[in-house]
Design a protein around this ligand. Structure first.
Ligand code: HMG
Ligand code: MG
Length: 333
């Protein structure tokens, strides 16, 4: 191409005009702190404190809250009080509560108390065989066969089923995971009637173009409205990955208050992207979330105090500092 030489020396030609991408005007946040956040805590958190956290999150305007999980208490002792948490939460109008149910036993327990039923359940598979075995003690194919009756029973009870696909970018045991491997699980989840496809970067290794490549595969099988991103922030890429998803029109994201979280079976993985940071990003771009950031920061300060560790949320800490509140140093410091 002829024309004026570009500034900046060699390298491939680049468009001189700025491309403005239309982003969604509204985002749904699924708060996973009470589940993903607290499942990974070494010290027990009292049931009453978990319930208080849910109350603070809903008071801050979150409309989707993953409250607990009905998994084996031997595998994840922190979630052993699942029924007490669900029974203790004062339901707020318009808020949907979800729980993890890896098998029929979990679903039956979740549905046992009619007054404490979740609005949604989550089945969770992995895109890597190694992680599937470590996390839920079976192969990917076996896990999907276990989910089949869970999906059918949940639907019969009028309950929506979200599917989470872990290790969608990388696996702590296998290493890199390809979009082909993820798409295979997306197709399996779809084939058993899972309503929603959550793409999870369990160990936070993804970068924007890699994440977009995986999301493209999910979009071949699920509509935009039924796809979400779940980004752990181990390598500090989660907000960039969320932005990359927004560019594709994806508008549902999991996030965890104070950046809590991790999976006990994903060695080295740190917390999810902090809800406060996601809300700060979105509001800064004029994207509505329905969340009151100040109240959210208070909820983050509350749970950080409970666990005795400084929040991992940069926005949360900055906003507290602006109010003149001393932010505790990390327990390990
Ligand atoms: P298993 O040992 O293969 O199960 O575990 P089993 O069917 O052989 O049963 C063994 C025992 O567990 C029996 O008890 C069952 O009754 C009991 P026993 O007769 O020995 O006394 N059991 C249960 N108890 C309570 N609730 C249940 C249940 N099922 C069986 N639902 C199982 C298989 C799936 C249960 C186990 O591996 C497990 O609980 N895994 C959960 C692991 C987990 O919770 N990981 C963290 C959540 S996933 C995550 O964090 C990733 C995510 O955030 C996305 C991302 O970031 O990637 C979602
Ligand atoms: Mg997770």
């Amino acid at each position: 191409m002829s024309g004026a030489p570009r500034r900046g020396g060699r390298g491939p030609p680049r468009a001189d005009t700025l491309t403005i991408t239309m982003l969604p005007t509204q985002v749904t946040l699924v708060e996973v702190g009470p589940r993903d956040g607290l499942q990974n805590e070494a010290a027990p958190v009292a049931t009453a404190q978990k319930i208080e956290l849910v109350h603070r999150l809903q008071a801050a305007g979150l409309k989707e809250i993953e409250a607990t999980s009905y998994v084996s208490p031997r595998w994840v002792p922190q979630m052993a009080d699942n029924a007490e948490v669900m029974a203790g939460v004062r339901r707020a109008p318009g808020v949907r509560y979800s729980v993890l149910t890896p098998n029929l036993k979990g679903l039956e327990a979740a549905l046992a108390d009619a007054a404490a039923r979740p609005d949604e359940v989550v089945v969770f598979a992995a895109a890597s065989e190694a992680f599937s075995r470590r996390n839920i003690n079976c192969s990917i194919a076996e896990s999907v066969e276990r989910f089949r009756p869970v999906v059918a029973a949940a639907h019969a009870a009028g309950i929506k089923v979200r599917g989470a696909i872990s290790c969608a970018v990388g696996c702590p045991y296998q290493g890199e995971v390809t979009p082909d491997e993820v798409e295979r699980v997306v197709v399996l989840m779809k084939s058993i009637g899972v309503d929603h496809c959550g793409i999870a970067d369990t160990i936070g290794v993804g970068t924007p173009r890699r994440v977009q490549a995986v999301m493209e595969r999910a979009l071949k099988h699920y509509p935009l409205v039924e796809i979400s991103g779940h980004f752990h922030d181990t390598y500090g890429q989660a907000l960039a990955n969320i932005y990359a998803c927004l560019e594709m029109g994806i508008h549902t994201f999991d996030a965890s208050i104070a950046g809590l979280g991790g999976c006990p079976y994903a060695k080295g993985a740190t917390g999810n992207v902090a809800t406060e940071d996601v809300v700060y990003l979105l509001h800064g771009m004029g994207i509505a979330t329905g969340v009151d950031l100040d109240a959210l920061v208070d909820a983050g300060a509350y749970i950080s105090g409970v666990i005795g560790r400084a929040s991992a949320s940069r926005a949360g800490k900055a906003l507290l500092a602006r109010r003149g509140v001393a932010v505790a140093a990390p327990a390990s410091a």
